[in-house]
Design a protein around this ligand. Structure first.
Ligand SMILES: [Zn+2]
Length: 180
């Protein structure tokens, strides 16, 4: 399951919306998934993966969901571009766990990680979790010169995503932008 290594990523607004909805649905735990598309770095789909740990600060791909995603990628003929995961209540940069070679033994910069910081602005976050996601709307903003990555608001939540190559104990950022 070798990934190709684009120098930047573009995410369609519809795919970004899907990732935001997933991050809200799985709040306060980390969500994760696979990003597939063209070798030039244009994401064409996000395949949701199951976080076997169901944990707010850690994730582990549940193997059956990973195999299903890889099978779907091959059937649909896309390149593997990378993976995304959320940081509930956290920042859109790699955590110490993300760049820990004891946890992520494959770290060599070959796989792109999109990290989605999600914050709740509700006074009662439990109430916002019960709110039906289908009634919320995403506002995906254009990338601005003063911020890196892409952003959205979804109900009581604000989200920001940035893309990285991960190495042991360090990371490099890639440009990440929205497209129609
Ligand atoms: Zn992380």
């Amino acid at each position: 399951m070798a990934a190709i290594s684009p120098s930047r990523l573009w995410i369609p607004i519809a795919v970004w919306r899907q990732i935001c909805v997933q991050a809200v649905r799985e709040w306060p735990n980390e969500c994760l998934g696979m990003l597939v598309g063209t070798s030039s770095g244009h994401v064409r789909a996000a395949y949701e993966l199951v976080n076997a740990l169901a944990h707010p600060h850690r994730f582990l791909s549940e193997p059956a969901s990973l195999f299903a995603a890889e099978r779907r990628r091959r059937q649909e003929g896309w390149d593997l571009l990378g993976f995304y995961h959320s940081h509930p209540g956290g920042r859109p940069v790699p955590s110490h766990v993300d760049t820990d070679p004891e946890v992520n033994y494959w770290l060599d910069g070959s796989v792109v990680s999109v990290i989605v910081a999600i914050r709740s602005h509700a006074c009662d976050s439990a109430a916002s979790i019960r709110e039906p996601v289908s009634e919320l709307s995403v506002t995906a903003t254009e990338q601005t010169p003063t911020s890196s990555g892409i952003t959205a608001t979804l109900g009581h939540y604000s989200l920001q995503a940035r893309a990285f190559r991960l190495f042991p104990h360090r990371w490099e950022e890639l440009p990440l932008a929205l497209e129609d």
